[in-house]
Ligand binder design. Structure first.
Ligand code: ADP
Ligand code: GLC
Length: 471
């Protein structure tokens, strides 16, 4: 096996706030058959250290961004983990990024610089008996690793999962973050007078990827590049889009312990009945639409609230599971006053399975979406995705256009732009399709037959590692 180091702040099932964790957690198993043996470097959060089986100290850093640190190696949930055990940085309550009160940890720049620095040390041989040929960095949290490796001949890949998070830190931290002042320029890691760890990664990594081909194109435009589009245009030749897959074992309708398993769409009826019961929804003829999502501006759920009458005035129903933005949580709760709307504010993996299995359709009205995973779960479960025409949603769902319907290939609905009017129109189309049992059954069958695993994308990553390792 050729050695590759994945550097990430999240990795399912050990620590997760979003899809990054699922992808980082799935890559090692996807790449093993391609001949790449991946180890995953994670911050030593409590949940990570607790999960490690028989940890061994494999490197020590006496002065690591304000305290002593060591790298622990061990297996956890079948993954080969390297945990950066640095209690002064990671042993604290809250999420990976926020304190218990929901405010960013004030030393986040140091916490993730420390991760990137440890990755660079490992790439330079700190473990002694294992040195990666390629360092694969995920998002801003790992963005400084390629910078720290800028003078070494080690291939690096930076994957953009979400360009909205840019790892911006004040310039007075330059020394504390172990950055060279001479690179504090527009051509370096400087970003509007501050430091951006994502920009550093985009500037210094050997190759750049993002998680869908359409988002790769979008990123080079001012609308989607969020200030970094110029740099991405300059590096367009080094940027590619490799579509995410999902874990088809965890997400398998035929074998899902969280819900009533089913092999064909027919079996969904029982899962749907159960879901309605769980949420106290009456039996109606209309489609049961569902949402499982972080509640952030990106996800466009405010637009869904505005478009909702189109669905529920015609016998449709909605179940939402999500958490995040407080105002959106409150508005969703208010919408749940309607007898055909149910909302659960919180984060709950098992419930997410029950909801996706029981729904007729899953609504994803994102303003931007690098890839998106829940539409892939929807496809796999015969839960028809209704998606905004953006990013990875474009690349994974075949719109029920007249031609696609005639050709018998439709798997879902796309709409655009992300406005209440366009979404309401899509919801009306959904209701009409749902009323036509033959067409609906065909779409469900197509959806369930869609390839949503890693079979296509794992070789693409392997080919990229190959190129980068030789670079
Ligand atoms: P993003 O990473 O932008 O949040 P993705 O669609 O790529 O979007 O991934 C989101 C992941 O988080 C999916 O695995 C989804 O099921 C999960 N998820 C989001 N919100 C919740 C929730 N409230 N409860 C359980 N799982 C959730
Ligand atoms: C990000 C994106 C999402 C993507 C996920 C995993 O959080 O918002 O679209 O699926 O990363 O790559």
């Amino acid at each position: 096996m050729r050695p590759v180091l994945s550097v990430t702040s999240e990795c399912a099932p050990l620590v997760k706030t979003g899809g990054l964790a699922d992808v980082a957690g799935a890559l090692p198993a996807a790449l093993a058959p391609q001949g790449w043996g991946m180890r995953t470097l994670l911050p030593g959060y409590g949940s990570v250290l607790k999960a490690l089986r028989r940890p061994k100290t494999v490197a020590e850093f006496p002065d690591h961004f304000g305290g002593k640190a060591r790298v622990l190696s061990g297996k956890a949930s079948g993954l080969d983990i390297l945990a950066l055990d640095a209690p002064h940085l990671y042993d604290r309550p809250g999420t990976p990024y926020l304190d218990a009160g929901g405010i960013d940890h004030p030393d986040n720049p140091q916490r993730f610089a420390a991760l990137g620095y440890a990755a660079a040390e490992i790439a330079k041989g700190a473990l002694g008996d294992w040195t990666p040929e390629v360092v694969h960095c995920h998002d801003w949290q790992a963005g400084l690793a390629p910078y720290y490796l800028r003078n070494d001949k080690i291939g690096t890949v930076l994957t953009i999962h979400n360009i909205a998070f840019q790892g911006v830190a004040p310039a007075y931290l330059i020394d504390a973050l172990r950055l060279d002042r001479s690179d504090f320029t527009q051509a370096g890691y400087e970003y509007w007078g501050q430091v951006s760890t994502l920009k550093a990664g985009l500037r210094y990594a050997t190759r750049l990827t993002t998680v869908s081909p359409t988002y790769a194109e979008e990123l080079t435009t001012p609308e989607f590049g969020m200030g970094l589009d110029g740099l991405l245009r300059a590096r367009e030749g080094d940027l590619s889009g490799i579509l995410n897959g999902i874990d088809t074992v965890t997400w398998d309708p035929a074998n899902d312990p969280a819900t009533v398993p089913y092999k064909t769409a027919k079996g969904k009826a029982r899962a749907k009945k159960r879901l309605r019961k769980e949420f106290g929804l009456p039996e109606t003829d209309g489609p049961l639409a569902v949402v499982v999502s972080r509640l952030s501006h990106q996800k466009g759920l405010d637009v869904l609230l505005d478009a909702l009458p189109a669905l529920i005035d015609r016998g449709g129903q909605l179940v939402v599971l999500g958490s995040g933005d407080r105002a959106l949580e409150a508005n969703l709760r208010k919408a749940a006053d309607h007898p055909n709307v149910a909302v659960h504010i919180g984060y709950d993996e098992a419930m997410s399975h029950r909801i996706i299995a029981g729904g007729d359709a899953i609504i994803i009205p994102s303003r931007f979406e690098p890839c998106g995973l829940t539409q892939l779960y929807g496809l796999r479960y015969g839960t028809i995705p209704v998606v905004a025409r953006t990013g990875g949603l474009v690349d994974t769902v075949i719109d029920a256009s007249p031609m696609a319907l005639r050709a018998g290939v439709a798997t879902g609905l796309q709409f655009g732009p992300v406005t209440a009017h366009a979404l309401a129109t899509a919801l009306l189309r959904l209701i009409a399709l749902h009323r036509d049992p033959t067409t609906w059954a065909r779409m469900q069958k197509n959806a369930m037959a869609t390839e949503v695993g890693w079979d296509a994308s794992a070789p693409a990553y392997a080919a990229l590692y190959d190129e980068v390792a030789g670079a």
